[in-house]
Design a protein around this ligand. Structure first.
Ligand SMILES: NC(=O)c1ccc[n+]([C@@H]2O[C@H](COP(=O)([O-])OP(=O)(O)OC[C@H]3O[C@@H](n4cnc5c(N)ncnc54)[C@H](OP(=O)(O)O)[C@@H]3O)[C@@H](O)[C@H]2O)c1
Length: 216
């Protein structure tokens, strides 16, 4: 089995890549140095290169994302907006578009690493919420567009890799009163990669964060 993990050098993506390797996958874990996913041409080129290097593709995990920073609505700039939408929404689409023929051939799967921010409006993270909502819609659009050969699912993490000084506050925002880990997300990815009758849906891995109404 062969997997491309975008954002594979990040906190969550590297845990997913390591876990997939332990599950027997050959993995290309891509970071920014492997191509800027905010651009369609480099996003497509990454998928093509991965398929060539690995001899095909059974799984695409899209964990690349940037621009997660609090900003009052009045202060959001065009570059904040472009950063948030770039790798997260545009990259998600164009990597999947170029990976699609390879995934169809292998009867493979796509797993989008979303965010509970796709489903909960946070005024201090307007661009990030919009980008994540766009990406979450792509999970469903691509599930329809690539069926029946390719399944497309999402994982929406809550706080799974947070700075130490934010640990206590972020834990208090969950029902389970603790933060999760990147391995919790990797567990969900492995589950969805194997779930042969699941497509077009998202597994929320957030300790109950979505059910809390804390303002952000
Ligand atoms: N951390 C959390 O608690 C949390 C919670 C909810 C959702 N998530 C989601 O989980 C995913 C991963 O988050 P993370 O915390 O692991 O982020 P991270 O540590 O900041 O890693 C981001 C990854 O994306 C890559 N990247 C960023 N911009 C890129 C670009 N323009 N082109 C190509 N690659 C780019 C980075 O590459 P470089 O290493 O080369 O910079 C890195 O591999 C994101 O979708 C995030 O929204 C995370």
């Amino acid at each position: 089995m062969r997997a491309l993990v975008t954002g594979g050098t990040g906190r969550v993506g590297s845990a997913i890549a390591a876990r997939l390797e332990r599950e027997g996958y050959a993995v290309l874990a891509a970071g920014r140095a492997d191509g800027d996913l905010a651009r369609a041409d480099t996003a497509r080129a990454l998928a093509a290169r991965a398929a060539e290097a690995l001899g095909g593709l059974d799984l695409l995990v899209h964990a690349a994302s940037e621009g997660f920073a609090p900003r009052p609505l009045e202060e959001v700039s065009e570059s904040d907006w472009d950063a948030a939408l770039g790798a997260t929404a545009k990259g998600a689409f164009f990597v999947a578009q170029a990976a699609a023929p390879h995934l169809r051939r292998a009867r493979g799967a796509v797993v989008m690493i979303e965010d509970v921010a796709a489903y909960q409006p946070w005024p201090s993270f307007a661009a990030h919420c919009a980008a994540k909502a766009a990406q979450a819609m792509l999970t469903r659009v691509l599930a329809r567009g690539l069926a029946p050969e390719v399944r497309v699912c999402g994982v929406a993490p809550g706080p799974v890799a947070v700075e130490r000084e934010q640990e206590r506050r972020r834990a208090s925002e969950t029902l389970l009163e603790r933060t999760g880990t990147p391995d919790d997300v990797a567990d969900a990815v492995v589950f969805l990669a194997r779930a042969r009758f699941v497509t077009g849906t998202t597994l929320v891995v957030d300790g109950g964060r979505l059910l809390q109404s804390t303002r952000r």
